[in-house]
Design a protein around this ligand. Structure first.
Ligand code: 2IO
Length: 414
């Protein structure tokens, strides 16, 4: 029997520094890793994660009542079940398809062009702090129909909300700060919701306010929670995915060259980025009854964390899983942003990410704009790449140099 280091912890600094180094050992030796300090189980095998996310009878999303609801100010989509879930999910899907999506593409382009322009003559930009983060917040505000001018204030509240849902442990002070952010965000949204109910527009908030699906309409509490849900879900992972994509392309210049040659490969590069380094690393569930997973019993009521990063690197699911390869035959790019995706970055099952298609559009649109502008892209001298986060994970900074644009950049096209 292999022995497991009893001092190993997913809460250790060593794990936080590079979780990927530990995944193989976890999958092989502790596929159901118990973390006593937080009384939770961590699953690392692809098959177990997939089962946990699709066996809705055994694993529920009830844990979100404590993990999300306090800052969402009401129930989010992932908490709902049955007919209510189906109806409200369809309402949200409608907000991200058809004409709405076409308008969103225009907003994505306009924001990206506006944010990158000042950096083009300089030949230097931080793709996270200067570009990806403001872009993600501003695009989300445009989608919701909130004032773009408010982005810095909303970004502060959003960070508090995101900290709450993505923290494994929180001190009393941090918890209070996060709840304050959520309360202020709710107060900011209340008059907006009231106004959109009276005079609806084409934005997502108006759609949520006026929607009626099979007789199911949204209460103010529902609308508030879904706005905050969309705000968190469309912002937090977006700048991370974009930065991770560019990091992998800089690290694999031959693959970057192939994409520059054939931009149609960008979709595969995004899908492979999501498999290789999923921005959402953990998805929580609650065991409804005593359940055996990989030979260990998980007791009824237990919190179970699906380790998406570990599952996506499982050799039983992907060949040479630790290799970034946009041409890998087992990626199934065409399905990568649908319910039939091979990778688990969007989760799977009934609660699979409702924004997957939007996320693809956003990252694809922005990356396709940036690539021709950032000729000769490389890490800025002295830059040291570092990732943070256990729940959502990505770089806090990605400083790059590129060939500066001469004259007026060719952004007018967008
Ligand atoms: C917001 C982790 C940002 C979701 C969550 C309480 C529910 C759900 C997710 C993603 C990304 C967030 N969970 N989005 O993992 O809506």
């Amino acid at each position: 029997m292999p022995t497991v280091n009893p001092r190993f912890s997913v809460l250790s600094e060593d794990f936080a520094a590079d979780p990927y180094r530990h995944f193989a050992r976890l999958r092989e030796q502790a596929p159901v890793h118990y973390e006593p300090a937080i009384d939770s189980y961590f699953l690392s095998r692809y098959q177990d994660v997939q089962r946990t996310l699709t066996d809705h009878e055994t694993f529920t999303t009830e844990t979100l009542q404590v993990r999300a609801e306090p800052v969402m100010r009401g129930p989010v989509l992932a908490q709902m079940t049955g007919a209510e879930h189906t109806a409200k999910r369809k309402i949200v899907v409608r907000g991200f398809t058809g004409q709405a999506l076409r308008d969103q593409i225009r907003a994505i382009r306009a924001n990206a062009a506006d944010l990158i322009a000042p950096f083009l003559p300089r030949g230097r930009v931080d793709l996270v702090t200067d570009f990806g983060r403001p872009l993600a917040v501003r695009v989300t505000l445009d989608v919701l129909g909130l004032d773009r001018e408010d982005w810095q204030q909303v970004a502060v509240w959003h960070r508090g909300v995101a900290e709450f849902i993505t923290s494994i442990t929180l001190t009393h002070e941090r918890r209070r700060h996060c709840l304050d952010c959520a309360e202020q965000l709710e107060a900011y949204l209340t008059p907006v919701i009231e106004q959109r109910r009276r005079r609806p527009g084409e934005d997502l908030i108006s759609k949520l306010c006026t929607a009626d699906f099979d007789g199911v309409a949204m209460s103010d509490r529902d609308v508030t929670a879904l706005i905050i849900n969309v705000l968190a879900a469309a912002t937090e992972p977006a700048d991370k995915t974009l930065a991770l994509l560019f990091k992998h392309l800089i690290d694999h210049p031959e693959q970057m060259a192939q994409i520059r040659e054939d931009p149609a490969l960008l979709t595969a590069a995004i899908a492979e980025t999501l498999r290789y380094t999923p921005p959402v690393q953990l998805v929580p569930r609650q065991a409804e009854r005593d359940t055996v997973i990989a030979g260990s019993t998980v007791p009824a009521g237990a919190t179970v964390f699906c380790m998406i990063g570990a599952a996506n690197r499982d050799p039983d699911a992907f060949a040479a899983p630790d290799t970034f390869d946009i041409r890998r035959p087992d990626l199934a790019t065409a399905r990568s942003f649908t319910a039939a995706a091979q990778h688990l970055a969007f989760g799977t099952g009934l609660h699979q990410c409702v924004g997957a298609a939007f996320a693809r559009t956003e990252i694809e649109t922005v990356a396709a704009m940036l690539l021709p502008l950032l000729d000769g892209i490389r890490y800025a001298s002295g830059f040291r790449y570092e990732e943070t986060g256990l729940y959502t994970r990505g770089p806090d900074s990605l400083r790059v140099d590129f060939t500066p644009a001469r004259g007026t950049p060719a952004l007018a096209r967008h």
